[in-house]
Design a protein around this ligand. Structure first.
Ligand SMILES: [Zn+2]
Length: 204
């Protein structure tokens, strides 16, 4: 279905009227102590792209560089005005935003760069249906990032989209249900990689 990709890009930027709709996103609840801890020690966000891209972050606890902005409560108008080139957030928040885009409640153009989807030990994994939904809504590739309960990056997906690269081999212990991949990634990086063992068994 790549037919959609081309034509929306060339709409004049101000031609779309933004309805005054507030899209409320469920950000997984964090308790006060966690919030406090994270405020003292914000986690740097890592992206597959260069610095300075317009990145909308749907999660409060990242230290973001120039060009990026953290949305605590997301309104369709604010997001449209920010005109992000990429969006980062936990999978449930991305699902909600994607559905709003498809329903016409959040008029967001195709993303120039892509989607960073945060997963972790306490969350449901990113499914093939999620990737399909995000592709239809954002028309951009999805990069999974597996983070621990404090937002610290443990593993990330590269442009090859073949499993997750581990930041250290030992973090495999923190990736629930993941198993090592033996082959070398087509991206050329030789770091250890892992993929969900159960999902692969179910698919095969
Ligand atoms: Zn790779």
């Amino acid at each position: 279905m790549p037919a959609l990709v081309g034509h929306r890009k060339h709409l004049p930027r101000r031609a779309v009227r933004v309805p005054r709709v507030v899209v409320r996103l469920r950000v997984p609840r964090i308790d006060f102590r966690a919030r406090d801890w994270l405020r003292q020690r914000p986690v740097p966000i890592a992206t597959p792209w260069g610095p300075g891209i317009r990145l909308a972050v749907l999660r409060p606890w990242f230290r973001v560089g120039s060009g990026a902005r953290v949305f605590m409560e997301l309104s369709a108008g604010a997001l449209r005005r920010f005109a992000p080139g990429a969006i980062a957030g936990p999978v449930p928040a991305l699902r909600e935003l994607a559905q709003a885009v498809l329903d016409g409640a959040a008029p967001l153009g195709p993303l120039e760069f892509g989607v960073l989807a945060f997963t972790g030990p306490s969350q449901a994994p990113l499914t093939a249906a999620d990737r399909e939904l995000f592709w239809r809504a954002f028309e951009a590739p999805v990069f999974e990032q597996y983070r621990d309960a404090h937002g610290e990056l443990l593993a990330y997906e590269c442009e090859a989209h073949e499993g997750l690269h581990l930041v250290r081999e030992s973090v495999i212990a923190q990736l629930r249900g993941y198993a090592f991949l033996e082959d070398t990634c087509p991206c050329g990086a030789v770091t250890a990689r892992a993929a969900p063992a159960l999902a692969r068994a179910a698919a095969g």
